[in-house]
Design a protein around this ligand. Structure first.
Ligand code: SF4
Length: 125
């Protein structure tokens, strides 16, 4: 792997690990021992590929960017309460069976609850 590709890979890994907090561009380049010009090119490349988003931020009186991952690794916690994990019908359930996820009320309810929790609050009332 070339030095640049290696840096891109390391940068993405570091950004993903920051999660919702994100990381200041300058902080990231310090960790990677890259110059700011090289770092900016990498950030643009990652943004253009849809891996990260950049948000302008005023830090110590200067405008810079904070970098956030767009995709996060899936955690086991995200499915810990999925009804399928404790379902007595698991052995009979399948895409082409009489008992199937596409018509399962428990699974549908679980998915709808997640969707509802992730919806932004409405501006009404
Ligand atoms: S989809 Fe429904 S029936 Fe199938 S395993 Fe999950 S909870 Fe059980």
């Amino acid at each position: 792997m070339s030095r640049r590709n290696n840096l891109v890979h390391q940068a993405l890994q570091l950004i993903v690990n920051t999660g919702d907090h994100g990381v200041l561009q300058s902080e990231l380049w310090r960790k990677l021992k890259a110059c700011s010009r090289e770092g900016s090119r990498i950030a643009l490349k990652l943004e253009n590929k849809g891996f990260i988003r950049r948000e302008r931020e005023l830090f110590s009186g200067r405008w810079t960017y904070r970098l956030y991952p767009k995709r996060r690794p899936t955690s086991v916690n995200s499915i810990i309460d999925c009804p399928c994990l404790m379902c007595p019908e698991t052995s009979r359930c399948g895409a082409w069976s009489a008992v199937r996820p596409s018509i399962c009320e428990r699974l549908t309810e679980w998915i709808l609850n997640i969707a509802q929790m992730e919806m932004p609050p409405s501006g009404d009332g």
